[in-house]
Design a protein around this ligand. Structure first.
Ligand SMILES: [Zn+2]
Length: 257
């Protein structure tokens, strides 16, 4: 047990941290009598916070420490990559993606209007080094959403004159990227989380969470006409696609620089 965990555990005891809890939309309920609500994101069991007007927190401290609804980490977990490189699959699946990149980019901008071609390029560069294209069951229509989870925190304009940040995550069905392409993964819920600007940390934590909502994943956008893309953006992506990505770009895409 490290110091920070001990401090947090103590803080729970005296109720000074985590006492506010969070609002739950779309909680999952267990089966049978007495089965309490479960977190829509991490599936952990929830308990109401007394006197909070309908707010909850996780029963389990590990869930509370890790879940996007309650974590005080500004580097929350994103789905992990765990795949050996397969050069043949990689070439084919990446080629299909690059051919359709304006459609993927547009699908991402619908969920995150501040997404830029530069950031999109960084994310594709990150996917390249993490062997995304070597997942044999990869479904192209899931890629905009998967890439958004890897983008971590992004500036998202302003609400009421104050800057806001956005982040996306899947529910706990998708821990490894490959989980997305299982029978359950196809139905994994995808969440958009909005934050106020961080005060004490480089990126927001659950302390700054304003609200969150489920975003419907469009599975048919690849069948629509390609969107119009600004000439400068076309050129920038083409330059990236030809040159490949630098390691520094990859770190910037994932918020680790
Ligand atoms: Zn949770």
């Amino acid at each position: 047990m490290d110091d920070s965990f001990a401090q947090r555990a103590h803080a729970f005891d005296d109720g000074s941290i985590g006492a506010d809890g969070f609002v739950v939309v779309g909680a999952r309920y267990g089966l049978g009598p007495g089965a309490g609500p479960h977190c829509p994101i991490c599936f952990g069991e929830l308990t109401p916070v007394a006197g909070s007007g309908g707010r909850f927190r996780h029963c389990d401290e590990d869930d509370e420490a890790r879940c996007a609804l309650s974590t005080y980490s500004y580097q929350p977990e994103a789905p992990r990559f765990h795949r050996m490189r397969d050069p043949v699959l990689e070439r084919e699946q990446r080629r299909v993606f690059i051919e359709n990149w304006p459609r993927h980019y547009q699908a991402m901008r619908r969920a995150a209007p501040t997404m830029t071609v530069r950031r999109f390029s960084y994310l594709v560069g990150y996917a390249d080094v993490m062997n995304l294209w070597s997942y044999p069951a990869l479904e192209q229509h899931d890629l905009p959403y998967l890439l958004l989870t890897q983008a971590q925190f992004m500036r998202a304009g302003a609400m009421g004159g104050k800057p806001v940040w956005v982040r996306f995550c899947f529910d706990a069905t998708v821990r490894d990227v490959g989980d997305l392409w299982t029978q359950q993964g196809a139905h994994a819920r995808f969440f958009r989380m909005m934050y106020s600007a961080p005060r004490d940390t480089p990126f927001p934590t659950a302390k700054e969470l304003i609200h969150y909502e489920t975003v419907r994943r469009d599975t048919s956008f690849l069948e629509t006409a390609p969107p119009w893309i600004k000439r400068a953006d076309m050129k920038e992506f083409e330059r990236f696609a030809i040159a490949g990505a630098l390691p520094a770009d990859v770190q910037r895409a994932t918020g680790t620089l």
